[in-house]
Design a protein around this ligand. Sequence first.
Ligand code: COA
Length: 245
Amino acid sequence: MLASVEENALVDSMKSFPLSVVNEWSTARNRSISNRGAQVAHDWGPSPDHPRAAKAFPARRPSRIMQRYAFTARDGKKVVFREPRSTDARALMDFINGFVGEDRSGLLIDKKTDIKAEKRWLKQRMREIKGRLTVMLLVECEGRVVGNCDVKRRMWKESHRAVFGIALSEEVRGKGIGEALIRKTIALAKQRMRGLEAIDLAVIDYNRRAKGLYSKVGFVKVARMPRAIKEDREYFDEDWMVMRL
Ligand SMILES: CC(C)(COP(=O)(O)OP(=O)(O)OC[C@H]1O[C@@H](n2cnc3c(N)ncnc32)[C@H](O)[C@@H]1OP(=O)(O)O)[C@@H](O)C(=O)NCCC(=O)NCCS
């Protein structure tokens, strides 16, 4: 069961929000980067750093309340969905590197990352979160990061759309966590990203579980990209799916 937003926001408000993070997030402008974890559709939009992007994304007063929700999985496992902190780099690195080498992981990443790259990646993502260009919830279980889900807004003439990504470690799949995480992340995106009309994603053909879950929560297939992915010398098509908000 998910605890209420209000209840959690109260528990996890400023006192659990390190000042360093507040300071780090004070710049609303940031560089656009793709979610290397989840498989995403054509994330090649211009960077929010670009001077012309300022008009499309006027600076807003940053939200300083870090969201946090408790969730009990179908097997009784207790996890927490929460927004990232600047101290999460190592946990995130261990999490994402866990997919490298997994047979048909469903993700694009095929090379391990290191702590320097991960810190840089996290810093950029946190700036995006502060600028309301991205919402991101991690899944924490027994002190480890075991999941990540995000919605990243596109730029300029595509700014009514956002790209979606999700990934869970093998040990927590198939217990209802993915569905709850998607619903929470999208609810947060709707709350924070004014004017957002649609969320899209790309899913590799063999990923039946992801496709089943996406259809269940309201994504609809709109296109198919042939031979989009080359994995171990084998080509796979990709489905592009959209959720209208
Ligand atoms: C895809 C993923 C996010 C799904 O999360 P999950 O927690 O494993 O899925 P859930 O247990 O919440 O399943 C929810 C729904 O998905 C669908 N689903 C689950 N397994 C399925 C399967 N094998 N075939 C078809 N649909 C399936 C069902 O509709 C299910 O609802 P139900 O349990 O009420 O029947 C997770 O397995 C994962 O991270 N996999 C590896 C990375 C990945 O593939 N990311 C997506 C890249 S596009």
